[in-house]
Write a protein that binds this ligand. Sequence first.
Ligand code: GLY
Length: 577
Amino acid sequence: MSLFRNATASASGFALVALVCISTAFLEVTPAIAKAPEKAQPAILTASAIAVADKYSADAAEQIFKQGGNAVDAAVAIAFTLAVTYPEAGNIGGGGFMTLYVDGKPYFLDYRERAPLAATRNMYLDDKGEVIKGMSLFGYRAVGVPGTVDGMWQAQRRFGKLKWKQVLAPAIHYARDGFEVSEQLQERRDAAAKEFAGKTNFDTYFANLKQGVNFKQPDLAAVLQRISDQGAKDFYSGKTADLIAASMRGHGLITKADLQQYKAVWREPIQADWNGYRVYTAPPPSSGGIGLVQLLKMKADLAPDFKDVPLNSPQYVHLIAEIEKRVFADRAQYLGDPDFYKVPVAQLTSDAYIAKRAAEVNPSSPSDTKSVHVGLGTSMPEKAETTHFSVIDKWGNAVSNTYTINGYFGSGVVADRTGIVLNDEMDDFSAKPGVANMFGVVGSDANSIEPKKRPLSSMSPTILAKDGKVALVIGTPGGSRIFTSIFQVINNVYDYNMPLPAAVGAMRFHHQLLPPNTIFWEPYKPIDGELAQQIEAKGYTLKGQNFSGDIQAIKVNGDTPEAAADPRGRGVTRVIQ
Ligand code: GLY
C-alpha cells in the first residue's frame, strides 16, 4: 500500500510528492490499497532532525525529508543505508527494535532475530555439558533468523508516506556505486578479519575494504534492488531467501522455512512517568527498557542521598553502582522472550518495588554482592557494537531505532551471492545457565535456547515526551552498557542541566553486579588520577574497557530540535528545514 501513498494526502498531511509509475512487479506483491486522504497535520517544529552513525545515512535521510517523507520513511532509508555503508553493525542480516511516536501515540516494533526451528537448548555444549568456546560467536551456527527487513517493511507500510522504492533508493545507490571507506571502518574490518580468519568467508567480501577506497557491493545491490521491487517477500520467501538457505545448507541451521515463518511483532512499549516526562522504551525481549526505568526511578527515590553530590564524583559513582547492582540482579533472574516466558514487567517497573530496592541501597559503602543476588549476575566484558539512530520530523513524529548483528560484522559469515553479513545473535541466549555470553551476561532459564525464541537483548531505543510532544529521542550501542549509558545521558541533561552535546560527551561508567564491585570506565573519558584513587578507596576495582558507546540523541527545545552525535563514533547530525 505504500506505493500509493505518494498519490494521496497522507495520514499526517505530508506534502504530496510526485506521482511515480507503479511497477507491475511491485503490484504483484503489494495489495492495491490506497489510503483515504486524511486531515493535514501541521508542522509543529521548525525543522526535522537526525542523529545517525555515519554521513551517508545522514545524506539518505536528508534526501527522504526533501521528498516529503516523514520520520519513519527517513528511519527506514537510514537503516538500509547503514546496512551498506556501516556494515560492521548496520544490517539486513540482523535485527533490532524501533520505538516510534507517531501522531501523538507511542508504538514499539520488535524485529529481533529468532532461534532457528532446529535450535536446541544444548546446541553450544559439548558431550561433557561444557560450553564450546566461540561456537555461538563465529560461523554459521551462531546465526539467528534475521528480522531487519520485515521490521523495516512493517514500519514503513504502517506509517511511512513515501513509496517503498524511494526509501530503498539511497542504499541501492551506495551498494551499486560505492562509498568512500573511513579510517574507523577499516580499523574495525581489520580487527574482525583477524578474529574470523580461518573460521568464516568474511574476507571473500571484505578483503578490499580499505580506507579511502570506493567500496562497491554488487551482490548486496542486487538483493536491495529485489527488496525494493518485491518488498520483504523477496528476503523471506523469494530469491534472497533461497540464497541464504543455500549458504546455510550443510553449515548452519537456518532453512527457508525459518525465513518464511519469521514475523516482526508490534508490542506495547514500556511506559513510565519520570520527572514530568513520559518515558517510552523497549519491552522484553529487551532488558533495557525495564533497566532504564528502574535506574531513573531508583535515582529519583534516592534524591536525598544525591543532594549536593557532584556529577561523576566518587560518591556519585558509588550511589549509581549501588543502583546498578540491583538492576542487573533483576535482569539476570527475570528477563527473556515474553512469548516464551512470563516476564513480570509490571512488578519490576512498579513504584513500590523500585522504592523497596532503592531502600536497600547502602549510601556509604558497596553492598555485599551476594546479598543483592536475586538470581545470577554478569561477569565478562562486553563489546561496544550494534548501532542506533534517532529521527524527528517537523510534524513531531519520532523514531528511535537500535539494530544489530551483535559483534562487529556479526558471525563473520556473508551469505553467498548476497553480500549479506549474518548476525551472531545466538550468543545473546544463555548457552548454559550460569555461563556468561560475549556481553558478560549470565542468564537463567528465562533466556535458554528454544526454537523461534528471541534472545534477550539490552537495546533500548527510547523516547521521552512531555505534554504529548516528543522531548528527547535517544539510544546507543553497547550491549549491557546500553541502558546504563542512556540513563547517564538523560541524567546529565535533566538532573544536571547539561547542554545536549556536553551530556553526550561526558564521562560514562558502568557496573553490572559481577565482577563484584567493579566499575568499568571507557577510553574517551578515562577514570584516572585522584578520582580513581577515591573510588578505589570506597572499595571498588576500576577496569578500563572499550565500550565507548555511540549515543545518537535529539532534544526538542521549545519548537526547535537539537541533535547530538557521540564524539566517540563517526556519527553525524543534521537539522533539515
Ligand atoms: N546484541 C546486543 C543486544 O541485543 O543487546
